[in-house]
Each structure stands twice: as structure tokens, then as C-alpha cells.
Design a protein around this ligand. Structure first.
Ligand code: NAD
Length: 363
């Protein structure tokens, strides 16, 4: 299996293969960059078709975390882990204990969090063997101890991002009267709908669970539409909050919105769709910038910050997007390219001397 020549390899600092014959653990931890701090990222459990697929996924996701945390202003690097296995069939306490020991052996360079296929309870098993785990319990309104849920912070960050995009692209300071289509009314999407409705926005919503759509229609006076019709709703903003790849050749051709800003990960089906949006005059808020409220929440809860103080930390998302949109307009580039440059300015400058410093050293 190739690592250094894998297509997703991008100067990763460490790639660790973990195997435990007793539990059957086969896992890969990819640490992309730790210039800004330990690499925090989720643990994905998935029945990968091949080991190479698992490696490519770990490498790609770890790199993404470096960029996401740098732009969220967090003292964190980027990493990710994958367990090769079917979460519906192969979960055992022994498997997660072995994963905990693997992460522990990395001495804190990688901090493991929840991702698709793993739950907070799986992480709690790892935590018996490892101190580098990002799972936090909080007390809910009824006094019960529950696992912390980052979704409200994610929704709030997306709300701030929509505000920034509307100001930049529509020159409107208020969301009152702005028309927004939300694709997916799950943990993030429904909370986003509540925030937007409270700000006076007019909502078009869809979900493949009709109960959620009916609730938004009743509670938020939203207009419910079929899943296939959400991309062509007559709105200003399209907010993908369901699955990835919702921005593709077909949806771009249909969009009436002039802003795409939502919570979903990997919204662009292919990298070229960033340019395709720009060519249609549509402003795109890069997904990993606008949906960073979750990781901001996870990080600050882990270091002991009170939930009510975390909201102020999420405000950085609006500031960062304003900077990205401004530079993109000045340079005629896509927000996606500018976000990447800005992240690299932040995490690369920590160890690399600036050009001027290099120049002075030669004089
Ligand atoms: P969720 O599973 O709670 O909600 C997703 C919703 O989308 C569900 O209600 C589902 O029925 C609906 N859906 C699925 N396919 C659909 C389709 N084709 N058309 C319409 N609706 C569809 O997930 P979530 O936690 O709300 O996250 C939403 C997105 O945001 C995901 O892409 C997730 O990766 C991303 N995200 C979430 C967080 C977080 O804190 N939860 C953080 C960062 C990114």
C-alpha cells in the first residue's frame, strides 16, 4: 500500500497503522499538521472496500481538520482516524479499548473525537485507556448529565455566516425579509431555521422526514417543499444542511439563490464547482469555515469553558468569512481559494520564517 505517493498525502507529519489481533482492530491515525497545537479530529468507523480507501479517507480528512481549526482560530492541528469495520456489526468494548490504547501511545499528538460511525459512548470506552479524548458531559435543563451536543454552536456559526454573506453580496445589514432555503432539518438545520425565523427571514424547507417539515411549517411559518425542488426555490440563500455533494452540475444550473451558505460537510461535489458558482455570480461560504461552530464548541468545552462563554468564541466565524469575502472580491478569486490561503498563512507561518526574515538573514 502506498502512503507517501497516495493521492491525498500532503506532507502529513505521521500516519500510524494500529492493529490488535484479539479485538480485530484495524485502524489508521493520520496526523496532518501540529504547528498550532495537538491534532484534534474525529474517529470514523466504516466498512471500507479496501485499506487504500481507508488510508485516503484518513489522509484527506486529517488535512481538512488542519485548515478548519486554523481558520476557526483554535490552538489545534489537524488529524483524523479511521477504524475499518461496520459500525452495525463490529463494535465491541475490546475494539474501542484497543483504539484508546493506540491513541494513548501517540502521547497527546492526536486527540480523538466522535465522527460518523462512532458515538460518545464508544469514546467513553476509549477514555478508560487514554486521556486524549474529546467527549464532554454537561448538565441539561432538567439536571440530567448528558453528552455535550455541538449542534447548537454549529447552527449559530452558520447563522453568523449567512449574515456575513448577505451583508457582502446583497448589501443588507438585516436578515428580516431575506429568503432562505434550508435542505435538511436535522440537529443543525432545524436550529438554524429557528434562528433565521427569529431574525425575520422567510424560510423554504425540505427534509426526507415529512414530520420535520410539518413542524417547521407549523412552528416557523416555513414553506415546505419536496426534496427535489429545494435547489430551485425562489430564495436569496441556499443552505445545505443534509448530506455532502449537494452543489453539483445539476443543482448549480437550477439555483435561484445568489448565496450558498450552510452546515453540510463537503458541499461541493467536485473542487471545480467553487469556480462554477462564482461564474454564475453566486457567493459561496466555504463549508469548513462556516460549519466550524462544532469544533469550537468541542475544543472549549474540553478545556473547561462554560457553555455560555463559548458562544462568543463562535463569533470568529463571522469575522473570518467577512475577511475571506473581502479578499475574494478584491482579488477576483473564489472564497474557497482564499480560505485555503488564509489557513496556510496561519498554520504555516508558525514554523516557517517569513520571506522578509529569510531575506534579512541573507544580507
Ligand atoms: P442530522 O443527521 O441531524 O440531520 C440531517 C437531516 O438531513 C436529517 O433530518 C435528514 O432526514 C435530512 N436529509 C438527509 N438527506 C436529505 C435529502 N436528500 N434531502 C433533504 N433532507 C435530507 O445531521 P446534523 O448534525 O444536523 O448535520 C447536518 C450536516 O452538517 C451534515 O453534513 C454534518 O456533517 C454537518 N455538520 C454538522 C455538525 C454538527 O455539529 N452536528 C458540525 C459540522 C458539520
Amino acid at each position: 500500500m502506498s502512503v507517501f505517493s497516495a493521492s491525498a498525502f500532503d506532507q502529513h507529519e505521521q500516519v500510524v497503522f494500529g492493529h490488535d489481533p484479539e479485538s480485530g482492530l484495524r485502524a489508521i491515525v493520520a496526523i496532518h499538521n501540529t504547528n498550532l497545537g495537538p491534532a484534534l479530529g474525529g474517529c470514523r468507523m466504516y466498512p471500507y472496500a479496501s485499506e487504500q480507501d481507508a488510508l485516503e479517507d484518513a489522509l484527506r480528512l486529517a488535512r481538512g481538520m488542519t485548515y478548519k481549526s486554523a481558520l476557526a482560530g483554535l490552538p489545534l492541528g489537524g488529524g483524523k482516524s479511521v477504524i475499518i469495520g461496520d459500525p452495525a456489526q463490529h463494535k465491541t468494548d475490546a475494539l474501542f479499548a484497543a483504539m484508546g490504547r493506540l491513541v494513548h501511545s501517540l502521547g497527546g499528538q492526536y486527540v480523538i473525537a466522535q465522527d460518523s460511525g462512532t458515538t460518545a459512548d464508544d469514546l467513553k470506552i476509549m477514555a478508560r485507556h487514554c486521556g486524549h479524548i474529546a467527549v464532554t458531559e454537561v448538565v441539561d435543563e432538567s439536571g440530567q448529565i448528558i453528552n455535550a451536543d455541538p449542534s447548537p454552536s454549529t447552527a449559530y456559526g452558520v447563522f453568523l455566516g449567512i449574515q456575513a454573506a448577505v451583508r457582502q453580496h446583497l448589501q443588507r445589514d438585516e436578515l428580516a425579509g431575506v429568503k432562505v432555503a434550508i435542505q435538511g432539518l436535522g440537529n443543525v438545520g432545524y436550529r438554524l431555521a429557528e434562528l433565521l425565523a427569529a431574525a425575520g427571514a422567510k424560510l423554504w424547507v425540505t427534509d426526507n422526514n415529512a414530520v420535520k417539515v410539518d413542524r417547521a411549517v407549523q412552528e416557523l411559518k416555513a414553506i415546505g417543499v419536496a426534496c427535489d425542488d429545494i435547489a430551485c426555490a425562489p430564495v436569496d440563500v441556499f443552505a445545505p444542511c443534509a448530506l455532502g455533494a449537494s452543489i453539483n452540475d445539476q443543482s448549480i444550473a437550477k439555483l435561484q439563490a445568489t448565496i450558498v451558505a450552510g452546515a453540510a460537510n463537503n458541499q461541493l461535489a467536485e473542487a471545480r464547482h467553487a469556480l462554477a458558482l462564482q461564474q454564475r455570480g453566486i457567493l459561496y461560504a466555504p463549508d469548513y469555515v462556516i460549519n466550524a461552530g462544532g469544533i469550537i464548541d468541542v475544543h472549549y468545552l474540553r478545556v473547561g469553558m462554560q457553555a455560555e462563554d463559548i458562544r462568543a468564541r463562535v463569533d470568529v466565524i463571522g469575522d473570518t468569512l467577512r475577511e475571506i469575502f473581502k479578499r475574494a472580491a478584491e482579488q477576483g478569486d473564489t472564497p474557497e481559494n482564499i480560505a485555503e490561503q488564509l489557513a496556510e498563512e496561519r498554520f504555516k507561518r508558525v514554523t516557517e520564517p517569513s520571506n522578509s526574515a529569510r531575506h534579512q538573514a541573507h544580507l
